[in-house]
Write a protein that binds this ligand. Sequence first.
Ligand SMILES: C[S@@+](CC[C@H](N)C(=O)[O-])C[C@H]1O[C@@H](n2cnc3c(N)ncnc32)[C@H](O)[C@@H]1O
Ligand SMILES: [Zn+2]
Ligand SMILES: [Zn+2]
Length: 581
Amino acid sequence: MQTIYEGKASIWFPSANEVFYNPVQEFNRDLTCAVLTEFARETLSLRGARVVVPGEKERVVVCLSDEKNGTKGEEASVPQEEEERKGACLRTASVGERCEEGLRVLEGLAASGLRSIRFALEVPGLKSVTANDCSAKAVALIARNTQHNGVSHLVQASQRDASMVMYEARGRNERYDVIDLDPYGSPSLFLDAAVQAVSEGGLLCVTCTDMAVMAGNNGETCYSKYGSVSIKSKYCHEMALRIILHSLDERANVYQRYVEPLLSVSVDFYIRVFVRVRTGQAKVKNSASKQALVYNCVGCGAFHLQRMGKSMCQGKHMKYSAATGPPVGVSCEHCGQRHQLGGPIWAEPIHNMEFVHKVLAAVSGNPSRFGTSKRIEGILSMITEELEDVPLYSTLDHLSSTLHCNTPSMLLFRSALLHAGYRVSLSHACKNAVKTDAPAGVLWDIMRCWEKNNPVKREKLSETSPSYRILSTEPVLQACFDIRADANPQSRKRHLTRFQENPQANWGPKARAKAGGGISTELEDRRKQFQGKRKCQISDSSQLKSFPCKKFRKGTCTYGEKCCYSHTPEKSPSPGDAAEG
Ligand SMILES: C[S@@+](CC[C@H](N)C(=O)[O-])C[C@H]1O[C@@H](n2cnc3c(N)ncnc32)[C@H](O)[C@@H]1O
Ligand SMILES: [Zn+2]
Ligand SMILES: [Zn+2]
Protein backbone atom coordinates (compact mmCIF):
# COMPACT_ATOMS: atom_id res chain seq x y z
CA MET A 1 0.00 0.00 0.00
CA GLN A 2 1.10 3.53 -0.65
CA THR A 3 -0.59 6.72 0.47
CA ILE A 4 -1.30 9.65 -1.81
CA TYR A 5 -2.24 13.08 -0.52
CA GLU A 6 -4.36 15.39 -2.59
CA GLY A 7 -6.50 18.25 -1.34
CA LYS A 8 -7.79 17.27 2.12
CA ALA A 9 -7.81 13.56 1.29
CA SER A 10 -5.24 10.87 1.93
CA ILE A 11 -5.81 7.86 -0.25
CA TRP A 12 -4.45 4.33 0.03
CA PHE A 13 -3.41 2.67 -3.16
CA PRO A 14 -2.30 -0.90 -3.68
CA SER A 15 1.33 -0.61 -4.72
CA ALA A 16 0.83 -2.57 -7.96
CA ASN A 17 -1.11 0.25 -9.65
CA GLU A 18 -4.22 -1.91 -9.84
CA VAL A 19 -6.63 0.97 -9.57
CA PHE A 20 -6.51 4.05 -11.69
CA TYR A 21 -4.92 7.23 -10.33
CA ASN A 22 -3.62 10.14 -12.41
CA PRO A 23 -1.90 12.93 -10.45
CA VAL A 24 -2.07 15.26 -13.46
CA GLN A 25 -5.86 15.29 -13.04
CA GLU A 26 -5.50 17.11 -9.71
CA PHE A 27 -6.46 20.24 -11.63
CA ASN A 28 -9.62 18.54 -12.87
CA ARG A 29 -10.56 17.53 -9.31
CA ASP A 30 -9.68 20.94 -7.81
CA LEU A 31 -11.71 22.73 -10.46
CA THR A 32 -14.63 20.38 -9.88
CA CYS A 33 -14.54 21.07 -6.12
CA ALA A 34 -14.55 24.81 -6.90
CA VAL A 35 -17.46 24.51 -9.35
CA LEU A 36 -19.43 22.24 -7.00
CA THR A 37 -18.96 24.72 -4.17
CA GLU A 38 -20.45 27.55 -6.25
CA PHE A 39 -23.24 25.26 -7.42
CA ALA A 40 -23.97 24.29 -3.80
CA ARG A 41 -23.89 27.94 -2.73
CA GLU A 42 -26.54 28.81 -5.35
CA THR A 43 -28.70 25.75 -4.91
CA LEU A 44 -28.69 25.76 -1.12
CA SER A 45 -29.57 29.43 -0.86
CA LEU A 46 -32.77 28.51 -2.73
CA ARG A 47 -33.36 25.69 -0.26
CA GLY A 48 -32.91 27.94 2.76
CA ALA A 49 -29.35 27.07 3.75
CA ARG A 50 -26.00 28.83 3.54
CA VAL A 51 -22.69 27.12 2.80
CA VAL A 52 -19.57 27.76 4.86
CA VAL A 53 -16.45 27.47 2.72
CA PRO A 54 -13.14 26.79 4.51
CA GLY A 55 -10.78 29.75 4.22
CA GLU A 56 -13.44 32.23 3.15
CA LYS A 57 -13.58 35.20 5.45
CA GLU A 58 -16.71 35.04 7.58
CA ARG A 59 -18.42 38.41 7.48
CA VAL A 60 -19.79 39.63 10.77
CA VAL A 61 -23.50 39.93 10.15
CA VAL A 62 -26.50 40.89 12.20
CA CYS A 63 -29.63 38.83 11.81
CA LEU A 64 -32.63 40.61 10.25
CA SER A 65 -34.90 39.40 13.01
CA ASP A 66 -32.70 41.29 15.47
CA GLU A 67 -33.56 44.54 13.73
CA LYS A 68 -36.91 44.58 15.44
CA ASN A 69 -35.03 44.61 18.70
CA GLY A 70 -33.26 47.79 17.72
CA THR A 71 -29.87 46.28 16.77
CA LYS A 72 -30.22 47.32 13.14
CA GLY A 73 -26.84 48.16 11.60
CA GLU A 74 -26.06 51.53 10.05
CA GLU A 75 -25.71 50.31 6.48
CA ALA A 76 -28.95 48.37 6.39
CA SER A 77 -30.03 50.22 3.26
CA VAL A 78 -27.26 48.64 1.17
CA PRO A 79 -28.96 45.71 -0.58
CA GLN A 80 -25.89 43.48 -0.50
CA GLU A 81 -25.56 43.93 3.24
CA GLU A 82 -29.18 43.10 3.60
CA GLU A 83 -28.71 39.88 1.73
CA GLU A 84 -25.86 38.97 4.01
CA ARG A 85 -28.04 39.65 7.01
CA LYS A 86 -30.66 37.34 5.62
CA GLY A 87 -27.90 34.82 4.98
CA ALA A 88 -26.98 34.88 8.63
CA CYS A 89 -30.44 33.64 9.55
CA LEU A 90 -30.25 30.62 7.25
CA ARG A 91 -29.10 27.26 8.44
CA THR A 92 -25.42 26.77 7.72
CA ALA A 93 -23.84 23.85 5.89
CA SER A 94 -20.17 23.06 6.50
CA VAL A 95 -17.77 20.65 4.83
CA GLY A 96 -17.77 17.12 6.16
CA GLU A 97 -21.30 17.53 7.56
CA ARG A 98 -24.33 15.83 6.13
CA CYS A 99 -26.81 18.53 5.16
CA GLU A 100 -30.49 17.51 4.89
CA GLU A 101 -31.28 20.03 2.15
CA GLY A 102 -27.88 19.38 0.56
CA LEU A 103 -26.88 18.01 -2.84
CA ARG A 104 -27.10 14.36 -3.81
CA VAL A 105 -23.96 13.57 -5.78
CA LEU A 106 -23.11 10.57 -7.96
CA GLU A 107 -19.62 9.82 -9.15
CA GLY A 108 -20.31 7.14 -11.75
CA LEU A 109 -16.71 6.02 -12.37
CA ALA A 110 -14.94 6.55 -9.09
CA ALA A 111 -11.82 4.28 -9.18
CA SER A 112 -10.09 4.85 -5.81
CA GLY A 113 -12.83 7.17 -4.56
CA LEU A 114 -10.38 10.08 -4.33
CA ARG A 115 -12.70 12.53 -6.07
CA SER A 116 -15.78 11.56 -4.04
CA ILE A 117 -13.83 11.70 -0.79
CA ARG A 118 -12.51 15.12 -1.71
CA PHE A 119 -16.09 16.30 -2.33
CA ALA A 120 -17.05 15.05 1.14
CA LEU A 121 -14.08 16.76 2.79
CA GLU A 122 -13.96 19.98 0.77
CA VAL A 123 -17.40 20.88 -0.60
CA PRO A 124 -20.02 22.14 1.85
CA GLY A 125 -23.75 21.47 1.48
CA LEU A 126 -23.82 17.80 0.51
CA LYS A 127 -26.44 15.28 1.51
CA SER A 128 -24.77 12.20 0.05
CA VAL A 129 -22.05 11.11 -2.36
CA THR A 130 -22.36 7.80 -4.18
CA ALA A 131 -18.94 6.60 -5.31
CA ASN A 132 -19.63 3.95 -7.92
CA ASP A 133 -17.29 1.76 -9.93
CA CYS A 134 -17.88 -1.55 -11.68
CA SER A 135 -14.55 -2.98 -10.56
CA ALA A 136 -14.60 -5.01 -7.32
CA LYS A 137 -11.03 -3.98 -6.53
CA ALA A 138 -11.89 -0.32 -6.96
CA VAL A 139 -14.96 -0.58 -4.74
CA ALA A 140 -13.04 -2.36 -1.98
CA LEU A 141 -10.55 0.49 -2.12
CA ILE A 142 -13.31 3.12 -2.06
CA ALA A 143 -14.74 1.52 1.08
CA ARG A 144 -11.34 1.46 2.82
CA ASN A 145 -10.52 5.02 1.82
CA THR A 146 -13.92 6.29 2.91
CA GLN A 147 -13.34 4.86 6.38
CA HIS A 148 -9.76 6.04 6.49
CA ASN A 149 -10.87 9.63 5.76
CA GLY A 150 -13.75 9.54 8.23
CA VAL A 151 -16.47 10.30 5.69
CA SER A 152 -18.55 7.11 5.89
CA HIS A 153 -21.58 9.20 6.90
CA LEU A 154 -21.45 10.96 3.49
CA VAL A 155 -19.87 8.61 0.96
CA GLN A 156 -21.39 5.27 -0.04
CA ALA A 157 -19.38 2.86 -2.16
CA SER A 158 -21.37 1.14 -4.90
CA GLN A 159 -20.36 -1.60 -7.31
CA ARG A 160 -22.60 -1.38 -10.36
CA ASP A 161 -22.49 -0.50 -13.99
CA ALA A 162 -22.68 3.30 -13.99
CA SER A 163 -25.44 3.34 -16.62
CA MET A 164 -27.63 1.02 -14.54
CA VAL A 165 -27.21 3.21 -11.45
CA MET A 166 -28.34 6.21 -13.49
CA TYR A 167 -31.23 4.47 -15.30
CA GLU A 168 -32.60 3.35 -11.96
CA ALA A 169 -32.44 6.91 -10.67
CA ARG A 170 -34.53 8.44 -13.47
CA GLY A 171 -37.59 8.87 -11.27
CA ARG A 172 -38.29 12.45 -10.24
CA ASN A 173 -37.45 11.81 -6.58
CA GLU A 174 -34.41 9.61 -7.11
CA ARG A 175 -32.49 11.89 -9.44
CA TYR A 176 -29.07 13.26 -8.50
CA ASP A 177 -28.32 16.97 -8.16
CA VAL A 178 -24.81 16.37 -9.46
CA ILE A 179 -23.45 13.60 -11.69
CA ASP A 180 -19.72 13.41 -12.36
CA LEU A 181 -18.46 11.23 -15.21
CA ASP A 182 -14.70 10.87 -15.53
CA PRO A 183 -14.08 7.84 -17.73
CA TYR A 184 -11.13 6.49 -19.67
CA GLY A 185 -11.53 7.93 -23.13
CA SER A 186 -15.07 8.66 -24.18
CA PRO A 187 -18.09 9.21 -21.89
CA SER A 188 -20.47 8.63 -24.81
CA LEU A 189 -21.78 5.29 -23.45
CA PHE A 190 -23.07 6.98 -20.31
CA LEU A 191 -24.66 10.13 -21.69
CA ASP A 192 -28.15 8.82 -22.42
CA ALA A 193 -28.55 7.69 -18.82
CA ALA A 194 -26.86 10.77 -17.39
CA VAL A 195 -29.12 13.36 -19.05
CA GLN A 196 -32.12 11.55 -17.52
CA ALA A 197 -30.75 10.90 -14.05
CA VAL A 198 -29.78 14.47 -13.21
CA SER A 199 -32.36 16.53 -11.32
CA GLU A 200 -34.16 19.61 -12.61
CA GLY A 201 -31.51 22.33 -12.95
CA GLY A 202 -28.94 19.75 -11.80
CA LEU A 203 -25.28 19.69 -12.74
CA LEU A 204 -23.58 17.29 -15.11
CA CYS A 205 -19.75 17.23 -15.08
CA VAL A 206 -18.19 15.30 -17.96
CA THR A 207 -14.56 14.55 -18.91
CA CYS A 208 -13.47 13.34 -22.36
CA THR A 209 -9.92 12.10 -22.87
CA ASP A 210 -10.47 10.71 -26.38
CA MET A 211 -8.96 13.82 -27.87
CA ALA A 212 -7.58 12.14 -30.99
CA VAL A 213 -11.12 11.28 -32.01
CA MET A 214 -12.59 14.62 -30.99
CA ALA A 215 -9.82 16.73 -32.51
CA GLY A 216 -10.24 15.40 -36.01
CA ASN A 217 -8.08 12.30 -36.41
CA ASN A 218 -11.14 10.08 -36.82
CA GLY A 219 -14.11 12.18 -37.82
CA GLU A 220 -16.21 9.11 -38.56
CA THR A 221 -15.58 7.64 -35.11
CA CYS A 222 -16.42 10.98 -33.58
CA TYR A 223 -19.74 10.89 -35.43
CA SER A 224 -20.59 7.45 -34.11
CA LYS A 225 -19.88 8.50 -30.53
CA TYR A 226 -21.11 12.08 -30.47
CA GLY A 227 -23.29 12.52 -33.56
CA SER A 228 -20.85 15.11 -34.87
CA VAL A 229 -17.96 14.95 -37.34
CA SER A 230 -14.69 16.38 -36.00
CA ILE A 231 -12.22 17.97 -38.41
CA LYS A 232 -8.51 18.62 -38.14
CA SER A 233 -8.17 22.34 -37.69
CA LYS A 234 -6.49 25.06 -35.65
CA TYR A 235 -9.61 25.42 -33.54
CA CYS A 236 -9.96 21.68 -32.83
CA HIS A 237 -9.80 22.05 -29.03
CA GLU A 238 -12.70 24.45 -28.86
CA MET A 239 -14.49 22.38 -31.47
CA ALA A 240 -14.10 19.33 -29.19
CA LEU A 241 -15.86 21.26 -26.41
CA ARG A 242 -18.63 22.19 -28.81
CA ILE A 243 -18.95 18.57 -29.95
CA ILE A 244 -19.54 17.19 -26.44
CA LEU A 245 -21.98 20.05 -25.73
CA HIS A 246 -23.82 19.24 -28.95
CA SER A 247 -24.01 15.60 -27.97
CA LEU A 248 -25.28 16.32 -24.45
CA ASP A 249 -27.96 18.70 -25.70
CA GLU A 250 -29.10 16.36 -28.44
CA ARG A 251 -29.48 13.44 -26.04
CA ALA A 252 -31.25 15.60 -23.48
CA ASN A 253 -33.66 16.80 -26.19
CA VAL A 254 -34.99 13.24 -26.59
CA TYR A 255 -36.43 13.59 -23.07
CA GLN A 256 -37.68 17.18 -23.55
CA ARG A 257 -34.61 18.42 -21.73
CA TYR A 258 -31.81 20.77 -22.75
CA VAL A 259 -28.42 21.86 -21.43
CA GLU A 260 -27.06 25.21 -20.26
CA PRO A 261 -23.25 25.25 -20.28
CA LEU A 262 -21.73 26.76 -17.14
CA LEU A 263 -18.03 26.20 -17.86
CA SER A 264 -16.15 24.33 -20.60
CA VAL A 265 -12.40 23.84 -20.37
CA SER A 266 -9.78 22.32 -22.61
CA VAL A 267 -6.66 21.44 -20.62
CA ASP A 268 -3.59 19.31 -21.21
CA PHE A 269 -4.85 16.17 -22.94
CA TYR A 270 -8.53 16.27 -22.04
CA ILE A 271 -11.66 18.40 -22.00
CA ARG A 272 -14.15 18.92 -19.21
CA VAL A 273 -17.62 20.46 -19.35
CA PHE A 274 -20.03 21.52 -16.61
CA VAL A 275 -23.65 21.90 -17.74
CA ARG A 276 -27.01 22.38 -16.07
CA VAL A 277 -29.85 20.22 -17.36
CA ARG A 278 -33.39 21.58 -17.48
CA THR A 279 -36.74 20.41 -18.81
CA GLY A 280 -39.02 22.37 -21.15
CA GLN A 281 -40.87 21.39 -24.28
CA ALA A 282 -40.92 24.95 -25.63
CA LYS A 283 -37.21 25.54 -25.01
CA VAL A 284 -36.27 22.28 -26.70
CA LYS A 285 -37.73 23.63 -29.93
CA ASN A 286 -34.82 26.10 -29.96
CA SER A 287 -32.23 23.36 -29.99
CA ALA A 288 -31.83 22.95 -33.76
CA SER A 289 -30.97 26.62 -34.11
CA LYS A 290 -28.28 26.30 -31.43
CA GLN A 291 -26.30 23.76 -33.48
CA ALA A 292 -24.24 24.47 -36.58
CA LEU A 293 -22.32 22.71 -39.32
CA VAL A 294 -18.80 23.96 -39.95
CA TYR A 295 -17.41 24.65 -43.42
CA ASN A 296 -13.64 24.59 -43.20
CA CYS A 297 -11.49 25.60 -46.18
CA VAL A 298 -8.78 23.00 -46.77
CA GLY A 299 -6.52 25.63 -48.36
CA CYS A 300 -6.52 28.65 -46.07
CA GLY A 301 -8.44 27.41 -43.03
CA ALA A 302 -11.20 30.04 -43.31
CA PHE A 303 -14.35 28.72 -41.63
CA HIS A 304 -18.07 29.43 -41.71
CA LEU A 305 -20.89 28.19 -39.51
CA GLN A 306 -24.24 27.03 -40.85
CA ARG A 307 -26.98 26.83 -38.23
CA MET A 308 -29.19 23.72 -38.36
CA GLY A 309 -32.40 25.68 -37.90
CA LYS A 310 -33.84 29.14 -37.60
CA SER A 311 -35.91 30.56 -34.76
CA MET A 312 -37.51 33.98 -34.80
CA CYS A 313 -39.48 35.92 -32.24
CA GLN A 314 -42.95 36.84 -33.53
CA GLY A 315 -44.72 38.85 -30.89
CA LYS A 316 -45.25 36.51 -27.96
CA HIS A 317 -44.46 33.43 -29.98
CA MET A 318 -41.39 31.85 -31.47
CA LYS A 319 -41.47 30.80 -35.07
CA TYR A 320 -39.28 27.96 -36.28
CA SER A 321 -38.21 27.28 -39.82
CA ALA A 322 -35.55 25.55 -41.85
CA ALA A 323 -32.23 27.34 -42.04
CA THR A 324 -31.10 28.67 -45.40
CA GLY A 325 -27.64 28.25 -46.86
CA PRO A 326 -24.98 27.36 -47.66
CA PRO A 327 -22.81 30.18 -46.27
CA VAL A 328 -19.99 29.49 -48.75
CA GLY A 329 -19.64 29.00 -52.48
CA VAL A 330 -18.39 25.87 -54.22
CA SER A 331 -14.81 27.00 -53.63
CA CYS A 332 -13.23 29.32 -51.07
CA GLU A 333 -13.55 32.99 -51.98
CA HIS A 334 -10.05 33.67 -50.59
CA CYS A 335 -7.91 30.83 -51.91
CA GLY A 336 -10.07 28.93 -54.40
CA GLN A 337 -9.91 25.57 -52.61
CA ARG A 338 -12.71 23.32 -51.36
CA HIS A 339 -14.46 23.08 -48.02
CA GLN A 340 -14.63 20.21 -45.58
CA LEU A 341 -17.82 19.73 -43.62
CA GLY A 342 -17.72 19.16 -39.87
CA GLY A 343 -20.23 19.16 -37.01
CA PRO A 344 -22.92 19.80 -36.09
CA ILE A 345 -21.45 21.55 -33.07
CA TRP A 346 -22.91 23.63 -30.24
CA ALA A 347 -22.80 27.19 -31.62
CA GLU A 348 -24.04 29.09 -28.54
CA PRO A 349 -21.86 30.35 -25.65
CA ILE A 350 -19.90 27.55 -23.97
CA HIS A 351 -19.66 29.27 -20.58
CA ASN A 352 -22.02 31.16 -18.30
CA MET A 353 -19.81 34.17 -17.56
CA GLU A 354 -21.66 35.15 -14.40
CA PHE A 355 -21.04 31.70 -12.99
CA VAL A 356 -17.39 31.66 -14.13
CA HIS A 357 -16.83 35.03 -12.42
CA LYS A 358 -18.22 33.61 -9.18
CA VAL A 359 -15.92 30.57 -9.27
CA LEU A 360 -12.97 32.78 -10.19
CA ALA A 361 -13.65 35.27 -7.39
CA ALA A 362 -13.99 32.48 -4.82
CA VAL A 363 -10.74 30.76 -5.87
CA SER A 364 -8.60 33.88 -6.26
CA GLY A 365 -9.85 35.22 -2.92
CA ASN A 366 -8.95 31.94 -1.19
CA PRO A 367 -5.93 30.56 -3.06
CA SER A 368 -4.66 28.27 -0.31
CA ARG A 369 -7.76 26.12 -0.74
CA PHE A 370 -6.42 24.19 -3.75
CA GLY A 371 -3.03 22.96 -4.93
CA THR A 372 -3.75 24.24 -8.44
CA SER A 373 -5.44 27.56 -7.53
CA LYS A 374 -2.94 29.57 -9.59
CA ARG A 375 -3.77 27.63 -12.70
CA ILE A 376 -7.51 27.77 -12.05
CA GLU A 377 -7.18 31.53 -11.69
CA GLY A 378 -5.16 31.78 -14.91
CA ILE A 379 -7.48 29.68 -17.04
CA LEU A 380 -10.72 31.14 -15.68
CA SER A 381 -9.38 34.68 -16.12
CA MET A 382 -8.67 33.93 -19.76
CA ILE A 383 -12.11 32.42 -20.14
CA THR A 384 -13.75 35.59 -18.82
CA GLU A 385 -11.94 37.48 -21.60
CA GLU A 386 -13.13 35.15 -24.39
CA LEU A 387 -15.67 36.59 -26.84
CA GLU A 388 -18.77 34.66 -25.82
CA ASP A 389 -20.70 35.07 -29.03
CA VAL A 390 -17.90 34.13 -31.45
CA PRO A 391 -17.45 30.38 -31.92
CA LEU A 392 -13.98 29.04 -32.85
CA TYR A 393 -10.86 31.00 -33.82
CA SER A 394 -7.94 31.33 -36.20
CA THR A 395 -4.33 31.22 -35.04
CA LEU A 396 -1.60 33.68 -35.82
CA ASP A 397 0.91 31.03 -36.85
CA HIS A 398 -1.62 29.42 -39.18
CA LEU A 399 -2.34 32.72 -40.93
CA SER A 400 1.35 33.40 -41.50
CA SER A 401 2.32 29.84 -42.41
CA THR A 402 -0.48 29.75 -45.00
CA LEU A 403 1.11 32.80 -46.66
CA HIS A 404 4.70 31.60 -45.99
CA CYS A 405 5.46 34.96 -44.39
CA ASN A 406 6.83 36.15 -41.03
CA THR A 407 4.43 36.04 -38.12
CA PRO A 408 3.35 39.45 -36.84
CA SER A 409 3.34 39.82 -33.06
CA MET A 410 0.04 39.17 -31.34
CA LEU A 411 0.00 42.79 -30.19
CA LEU A 412 0.38 44.14 -33.74
CA PHE A 413 -2.22 41.86 -35.21
CA ARG A 414 -4.76 42.47 -32.47
CA SER A 415 -4.16 46.22 -32.75
CA ALA A 416 -4.90 46.07 -36.48
CA LEU A 417 -8.19 44.26 -35.81
CA LEU A 418 -9.22 46.78 -33.17
CA HIS A 419 -8.31 49.72 -35.44
CA ALA A 420 -10.53 48.17 -38.11
CA GLY A 421 -13.44 48.20 -35.67
CA TYR A 422 -13.63 44.53 -34.73
CA ARG A 423 -13.51 42.76 -31.39
CA VAL A 424 -10.80 40.23 -30.61
CA SER A 425 -9.89 37.91 -27.75
CA LEU A 426 -7.59 35.02 -26.98
CA SER A 427 -8.90 31.56 -26.13
CA HIS A 428 -7.92 29.46 -23.13
CA ALA A 429 -7.94 26.46 -25.49
CA CYS A 430 -5.08 27.52 -27.75
CA LYS A 431 -1.98 29.62 -27.26
CA ASN A 432 -2.00 31.73 -30.43
CA ALA A 433 -5.74 31.99 -30.91
CA VAL A 434 -7.29 34.98 -32.62
CA LYS A 435 -10.97 34.86 -31.72
CA THR A 436 -12.68 37.68 -33.55
CA ASP A 437 -15.93 38.81 -35.09
CA ALA A 438 -13.97 40.01 -38.13
CA PRO A 439 -14.74 37.93 -41.23
CA ALA A 440 -11.95 35.86 -42.80
CA GLY A 441 -11.60 38.47 -45.57
CA VAL A 442 -10.54 41.07 -43.00
CA LEU A 443 -7.95 38.72 -41.47
CA TRP A 444 -6.49 38.12 -44.92
CA ASP A 445 -6.49 41.86 -45.69
CA ILE A 446 -4.51 42.54 -42.52
CA MET A 447 -2.09 39.78 -43.50
CA ARG A 448 -1.81 41.22 -47.03
CA CYS A 449 -0.89 44.61 -45.56
CA TRP A 450 1.60 42.96 -43.22
CA GLU A 451 3.16 41.08 -46.12
CA LYS A 452 3.76 44.32 -48.02
CA ASN A 453 6.30 45.24 -45.33
CA ASN A 454 7.52 41.66 -44.92
CA PRO A 455 7.48 40.47 -48.52
CA VAL A 456 7.26 36.83 -49.57
CA LYS A 457 9.25 35.78 -52.67
CA ARG A 458 6.49 35.22 -55.25
CA GLU A 459 8.70 33.12 -57.52
CA LYS A 460 8.86 30.46 -54.80
CA LEU A 461 5.07 30.08 -54.69
CA SER A 462 3.07 27.76 -56.90
CA GLU A 463 0.36 29.64 -58.76
CA THR A 464 -2.32 27.35 -57.39
CA SER A 465 -1.19 27.67 -53.75
CA PRO A 466 -3.47 29.44 -51.26
CA SER A 467 -0.60 31.83 -50.56
CA TYR A 468 -0.27 32.87 -54.21
CA ARG A 469 -4.03 33.24 -54.61
CA ILE A 470 -4.46 35.30 -51.48
CA LEU A 471 -1.48 37.55 -52.18
CA SER A 472 -2.60 38.17 -55.78
CA THR A 473 -5.57 40.15 -54.50
CA GLU A 474 -5.11 43.74 -53.32
CA PRO A 475 -6.37 44.43 -49.79
CA VAL A 476 -9.61 46.39 -49.52
CA LEU A 477 -8.79 47.45 -46.00
CA GLN A 478 -5.69 49.50 -45.17
CA ALA A 479 -4.51 47.94 -41.91
CA CYS A 480 -3.15 50.18 -39.18
CA PHE A 481 -0.52 48.47 -37.04
CA ASP A 482 -0.07 51.19 -34.40
CA ILE A 483 0.01 49.40 -31.07
CA ARG A 484 -3.09 49.95 -28.97
CA ALA A 485 -3.06 49.65 -25.20
CA ASP A 486 -6.28 47.64 -25.25
CA ALA A 487 -4.67 45.07 -27.56
CA ASN A 488 -2.85 43.51 -24.61
CA PRO A 489 -5.27 41.36 -22.59
CA GLN A 490 -5.33 41.63 -18.79
CA SER A 491 -4.54 37.96 -18.23
CA ARG A 492 -1.37 38.40 -20.29
CA LYS A 493 -0.36 41.65 -18.61
CA ARG A 494 -0.77 40.07 -15.21
CA HIS A 495 1.43 37.11 -16.20
CA LEU A 496 -1.17 34.62 -15.01
CA THR A 497 -0.49 30.91 -15.33
CA ARG A 498 -2.60 30.43 -18.39
CA PHE A 499 -1.00 27.52 -20.15
CA GLN A 500 0.63 24.68 -18.36
CA GLU A 501 4.28 23.79 -18.40
CA ASN A 502 4.42 20.02 -18.13
CA PRO A 503 4.05 19.51 -14.39
CA GLN A 504 6.27 16.45 -14.34
CA ALA A 505 8.41 14.66 -16.86
CA ASN A 506 5.95 11.84 -17.39
CA TRP A 507 2.67 13.58 -18.09
CA GLY A 508 -0.27 12.91 -20.35
CA PRO A 509 -3.06 10.38 -20.29
CA LYS A 510 -2.35 7.40 -18.08
CA ALA A 511 -2.53 3.83 -19.22
CA ARG A 512 -5.76 2.03 -18.46
CA ALA A 513 -5.59 -0.22 -15.39
CA LYS A 514 -5.44 -3.79 -16.73
CA ALA A 515 -8.50 -5.96 -16.37
CA GLY A 516 -7.83 -8.09 -13.32
CA GLY A 517 -5.17 -5.75 -11.98
CA GLY A 518 -1.75 -4.50 -13.04
CA ILE A 519 -1.22 -1.72 -15.52
CA SER A 520 -0.46 -1.92 -19.20
CA THR A 521 3.23 -1.14 -19.55
CA GLU A 522 3.24 -0.44 -23.26
CA LEU A 523 2.49 3.26 -22.91
CA GLU A 524 4.95 3.70 -20.05
CA ASP A 525 7.69 2.01 -22.06
CA ARG A 526 7.09 4.21 -25.05
CA ARG A 527 7.24 7.24 -22.78
CA LYS A 528 10.55 6.20 -21.26
CA GLN A 529 11.90 5.68 -24.74
CA PHE A 530 11.11 9.25 -25.76
CA GLN A 531 11.57 10.95 -22.42
CA GLY A 532 14.01 13.82 -22.75
CA LYS A 533 14.62 13.08 -26.43
CA ARG A 534 12.42 15.88 -27.65
CA LYS A 535 14.01 19.25 -28.11
CA CYS A 536 14.06 21.62 -25.17
CA GLN A 537 11.91 19.78 -22.67
CA ILE A 538 10.71 21.97 -19.87
CA SER A 539 9.14 19.90 -17.15
CA ASP A 540 9.01 22.39 -14.32
CA SER A 541 8.44 26.14 -14.26
CA SER A 542 11.54 26.63 -12.08
CA GLN A 543 13.60 25.42 -15.05
CA LEU A 544 12.56 28.55 -16.93
CA LYS A 545 15.03 30.49 -14.75
CA SER A 546 17.84 28.99 -16.79
CA PHE A 547 16.56 30.72 -19.94
CA PRO A 548 17.26 34.39 -20.66
CA CYS A 549 14.35 36.82 -20.61
CA LYS A 550 13.84 38.23 -24.10
CA LYS A 551 12.08 41.28 -22.77
CA PHE A 552 14.89 41.98 -20.30
CA ARG A 553 17.35 41.94 -23.20
CA LYS A 554 15.18 44.46 -25.03
CA GLY A 555 14.91 46.46 -21.82
CA THR A 556 11.13 46.06 -21.59
CA CYS A 557 10.66 43.49 -18.82
CA THR A 558 8.81 45.01 -15.89
CA TYR A 559 8.89 41.97 -13.61
CA GLY A 560 12.32 42.52 -12.07
CA GLU A 561 13.22 39.78 -9.59
CA LYS A 562 9.76 38.21 -9.92
CA CYS A 563 10.30 37.38 -13.60
CA CYS A 564 10.28 33.62 -14.16
CA TYR A 565 13.10 33.95 -16.74
CA SER A 566 16.72 34.82 -16.14
CA HIS A 567 17.88 38.43 -16.09
CA THR A 568 21.54 37.36 -15.80
CA PRO A 569 23.37 38.65 -18.87
CA GLU A 570 25.53 35.53 -19.49
CA LYS A 571 24.78 33.24 -22.42
CA SER A 572 22.41 30.34 -21.88
CA PRO A 573 20.36 28.16 -24.25
CA SER A 574 17.36 29.77 -25.89
CA PRO A 575 14.05 27.94 -25.61
CA GLY A 576 12.64 29.70 -28.63
CA ASP A 577 9.43 31.53 -27.91
CA ALA A 578 9.18 30.31 -24.33
CA ALA A 579 11.10 33.21 -22.84
CA GLU A 580 8.68 36.10 -23.37
CA GLY A 581 8.99 37.24 -19.74
C1 LIG B 1 -10.54 7.22 -15.24
S1 LIG B 1 -11.06 6.17 -13.96
C2 LIG B 1 -11.87 7.28 -12.84
C3 LIG B 1 -10.95 8.23 -12.08
C4 LIG B 1 -11.61 9.02 -10.98
N1 LIG B 1 -12.81 9.71 -11.45
C5 LIG B 1 -10.63 10.02 -10.35
O1 LIG B 1 -10.82 11.25 -10.46
O2 LIG B 1 -9.65 9.58 -9.74
C6 LIG B 1 -12.34 5.25 -14.71
C7 LIG B 1 -12.99 4.17 -13.82
O3 LIG B 1 -14.21 3.77 -14.46
C8 LIG B 1 -14.48 2.42 -14.13
N2 LIG B 1 -15.48 1.93 -15.11
C9 LIG B 1 -15.32 1.66 -16.42
N3 LIG B 1 -16.50 1.31 -16.99
C10 LIG B 1 -17.44 1.39 -16.01
C11 LIG B 1 -18.86 1.18 -15.97
N4 LIG B 1 -19.55 0.81 -17.06
N5 LIG B 1 -19.50 1.36 -14.80
C12 LIG B 1 -18.83 1.73 -13.69
N6 LIG B 1 -17.49 1.95 -13.67
C13 LIG B 1 -16.80 1.78 -14.81
C14 LIG B 1 -13.12 1.77 -14.18
O4 LIG B 1 -13.10 0.61 -13.34
C15 LIG B 1 -12.20 2.90 -13.64
O5 LIG B 1 -11.93 2.72 -12.27
ZN1 LIG C 1 -9.53 29.19 -48.45
ZN1 LIG D 1 11.81 39.23 -17.52
